[in-house]
Write a protein that binds this ligand. Structure first.
Ligand code: MTE
Ligand code: LUZ
Ligand code: MOS
Length: 782
């Protein structure tokens, strides 16, 4: 029985629920290990004029205090440009920025030591909001643009209807349950081993080596698992890893860095807040003729991944809809905040929310049902199927998905019912929206679309697999285990996925872009096939020895149900374990390294044209909300999701990804608000002040269906990536709020910003059009 396509439990399911699965701070301490932490900058902007660590060093148990002067080689690092300091060097850039590293024998001494370090600085007014950054033209990197179909102002002018506006989108904290963490221990001759809670062991290897001034071959990074990453550990596991390695190098002792939750939330980057200027021209039936966007993202103090995130924004501004005349521009704004970074969706969610907002506005303007406007704009199958960047949306199922979901969710009947109830119910305001989702699968940087894997067979017929992919709860290891088990016809219990290590898999891509099963799974299968070729030849000979008159024929050899046989004489079988043992005795190589590179993708950044994506994951969500007219409190009454993930590799794991992703998206659009004070310090820095969805926020009626699709033949086992796309189904919850508000106050509804928190909803309900319409609450207006 093949395992792929069936639900087997997550590799670590038992470990997760019993607490036996190791996270970094569960690893027993090594003899002599030091506790390491840092002194954060108390100000968002200014000159650092002095660090006095004498009192800190005098505290019993404090072993060392290090500043930028102690960094062995390179203090500056970054994934796209080395523009971010490990430790403050002359300038203070954000509240929470690491200034000095403290190493101590105990956690208590560590905290006392950090408190005793004195800083001298000259404070300057910080730049905190997008508006100020735009006014002052404080941009990071260059403007990016994707456009097609003539001069945009002329095209906008040709359309019979026009709308324009400014849309404000808030950021989001990744809120992984395991904070940023690393343990480093020094080896011989300058070597270093770093255990890191990272999505990107190769990046940790390289930044640590560069910081220490050693070759990449002298650093090994190991990642067993993360307690969640959600993009927050795609680049930003670097600082704790470098801190641990710096202390390990200087003291010769093992070093452990575990951020507490508040430190993690205050000092690390989040989803980018956006300010979006838009103008749309459309026909009388709601069809979009021309769409103009200027996206401004809040990048924080350095580039990090912001350019790639903005690129994905521009590549998703169409969302599920055909835009004949498009002009999308994007700029990254510098602010005195931690550098914003990857978060599930990677710039896609902001663009898709902006477009769903516009479609909802078009519908309200024309007094049409928003479903009809969406249906009129959705990508076609034979025509109207080319994206603004020139990629054809092949095997497009969006029209079917829209129609199936509208029917299964009884969208039209419920809309009529909602209109009726809103007209008579003085207490509750209801809204319903059905939004689309199309997410491009592949890293938009072509070179990252590769994976390698190491597969080792042992003489009892068990298998170890190592890939560059990391496990953060998403089930990558479980899915690869299933694929490898199927290749050898084994029960999945015979296959184990090993901790990710740069020693086994080199030059790997981050586990990101939802593509890690595609890339690492395909690489693992490729390795299996090499071994199978050798084993088939060997087995053909052995089987012919055992069965009279059977000529050896590798192509007739079958691996199934833990045995090997010749298709022509299936009753003669060799158990897989003994076959491996015998093969080794005959000196057959039972290990292989596999490699996969996604074929056929290419994108030209200069022209903004190409085929950046291997395929698209598509879906739609219909969400109904109920709003208390007097408090603004929001309840998600019902959610119906329909998503095309091709042939699911593990339906149980995939349902978990879809439900979790949707709820995480719903949290972003309805509840999670980042609040800063006027000095740039994060006020919402713990679960008490930052509201992620709880079990009580789950839709009361929650229905999920997988769209039946067998045609994604180009990808491994006809599957489709599932990790990020469902987050963008959550946008329907925001759109439903906008729909609800339109019944109460059509003008105010046009100013709804994202997230639609209770306060934001109440503001719109009470007819308050703000000074900065819909502006997220940043320091400039609190
Ligand atoms: N699921 C869990 N449980 N924890 C996570 O941190 N990260 C998401 C998604 N699902 C995440 C998750 C993100 S941002 C990505 S890119 C994908 O998982 C990465 O894994 P994949 O490529 O194996 O889907
Ligand atoms: N990371 C990246 C990503 O470097 N490039 C991408 O295109 C991407 N997409 C989603 C998430 N992470
Ligand atoms: Mo996910 S944002 O690609 O780590």
């Amino acid at each position: 029985m093949p395992s792929v396509g069936t639900t087997i439990p997550h590799d670590s399911a038992v470990g997760h629920v019993t607490g036996q699965a190791y996270y970094l701070d569960d690893v027993p301490s090594i003899a002599g290990e030091l506790h390491v932490g840092f002194l954060p900058s108390p100000i968002a902007c200014g000159a650092l004029t002095g660090i006095d660590a004498a009192a800190a060093r005098a505290i019993p148990g404090v072993v060392a205090v290090y500043t930028v002067a102690d960094v062995p080689a390179h203090n500056m690092f970054g994934p796209l440009a080395a523009d971010e300091p490990l430790l403050a060097d002359g300038r203070l850039l954000y509240v929470g920025q690491p200034v000095a590293i403290v190493a101590a024998e105990t956690r208590e001494a560590l905290h006392r030591g950090i408190a005793a370090v004195k800083l001298a600085y000259a404070e300057e007014p910080p730049l905190l909001s997008l508006e100020e950054s735009i006014d002052q033209q404080r941009f990071l990197g260059v403007e990016r643009r994707i456009a097609r179909g003539g001069e945009i102002e002329a095209e906008l002018a040709k359309a019979p209807h026009r709308l324009s506006g400014t849309f404000h989108i808030g950021g989001q904290e990744q809120f992984y349950l395991e904070s940023q963490a690393a343990i480093a221990y020094p080896g011989e001759e300058g070597q270093m081993v770093v255990h890191s809670s990272t999505q990107n062991p190769t990046e940790i290897q390289t930044v640590v080596a560069e910081m220490l001034g050693v070759g990449f071959h002298d650093v090994v990074c190991v990642t067993k698992r993360m307690g969640g990453g959600f993009g927050g550990k795609e680049t930003q596991a670097a600082i704790p890893a470098m801190m641990a390695a710096l202390v390990a190098r200087k003291t010769g002792r093992a070093a452990r860095v575990i951020f507490d939750k508040d430190t993690d939330m205050c000092s690390t980057g989040k989803r980018h807040p956006y300010l979006v200027r838009w103008a749309v021209g459309f026909e009388r039936d709601g069809r979009i003729h021309a769409l103009k966007y200027e996206f401004f993202s809040n990048g924080g103090c350095s580039l990090d991944l912001s350019p790639s995130i903005m690129e994905r924004t521009l590549l998703h501004a169409d969302n599920a809809y055909y835009i004949p005349h498009a002009d999308f521009r994007g700029r990254i704004c510098f602010t005195n905040l931690p550098s914003n970074t990857a978060f599930r969706g990677f710039g896609g969610p902001q663009a898709m929310a902006a477009t769903e907002n516009i479609i909802e506005s078009i519908a309200q303007h024309l007094a049409l049902d928003a479903y009809d406007v969406r249906r009129a704009n959705v990508y076609g199958v034979a025509d109207r199927n080319v994206t603004p960047y020139g990629q054809i949306v092949e095997k497009n199922h969006l029209p079917e998905i829209f129609e199936q979901l509208a029917a299964s969710s009884q969208y039209h009947a419920r809309r009529a019912e909602i209109a009726r109830r809103n007209a008579s119910d003085p207490l509750t305001l209801r809204g319903l929206a059905l939004t689309g989702m199309k997410f491009g699968i592949s890293f938009t940087s072509k070179f990252l679309n590769q994976g390698n894997a190491l597969v080792n067979l042992y003489t009892d017929g068990t298998v170890q697999v190592s890939t560059g992919g990391t496990e953060m709860g998403q089930g990558l290891n479980t899915k690869i285990r299933q694929m490898v088990a199927d290749e050898f016809g084994l029960d999945p219990s015979r296959v184990r996925l090993m901790p990710t290590s740069t020693e086994k898999n080199n030059n790997t891509s981050p586990t990101a872009a939802s593509a890690s099963t595609d890339l690492n799974g395909a690489a693992a299968v490729q390795a299996c096939q090499q071994i199978k070729r050798r084993l088939k030849k060997f087995a053909a000979d052995r089987l012919s020895d055992k069965a009279e008159g059977l000529t050896p024929s590798p192509r007739h050899v079958v691996f199934a149900e833990n045995v090997v046989y010749d298709r022509r004489r299936p009753e003669v079988r060799i158990a897989f374990g003994p076959l491996c043992d015998e093969a080794r005795r005959e000196r057959v190589d039972l290990g292989a390294r596999g490699f996969f590179a996604t074929p056929g993708i290419d994108f030209n950044r200069e022209t903004g044209r190409g085929t950046p994506f291997f395929y698209y994951t598509q879906g739609a969500a219909a969400v109904e909300v109920a709003i208390d007219r007097f408090t603004g409190e929001l309840t998600v009454a019902r959610a119906d999701l329909l998503i095309d993930i091709g042939r699911s590799i593990n339906p149980g794991v995939d349902r978990g990804q879809i439900i979790g992703g949707f709820i995480q998206g719903m949290g972003w659009v309805t509840a999670e608000a980042l609040e800063y004070n006027a000095q740039g310090a994060l006020l919402s820095h713990s679960p008490t002040t930052y509201k992620i969805p709880a079990v009580t926020d789950v839709p009361i009626d929650f229905r999920l269906a997988l769209f039946d699709n067998n045609d994604n033949v180009q990808n491994i086992r006809r599957s489709k990536a599932v990790g990020e796309p469902p987050l963008m189904l959550g946008i329907a919850a925001w759109t439903a709020v906008k729909n609800a508000l339109s019944y109460a106050n059509a003008e105010a509804a046009t100013f709804l910003s994202l997230p639609a928190t209770g306060e934001e909803i109440l503001r719109c309900l009470s007819f308050q059009v703000p000074k900065h319409p819909g502006s997220p609450k940043t320091a400039s207006h609190t």
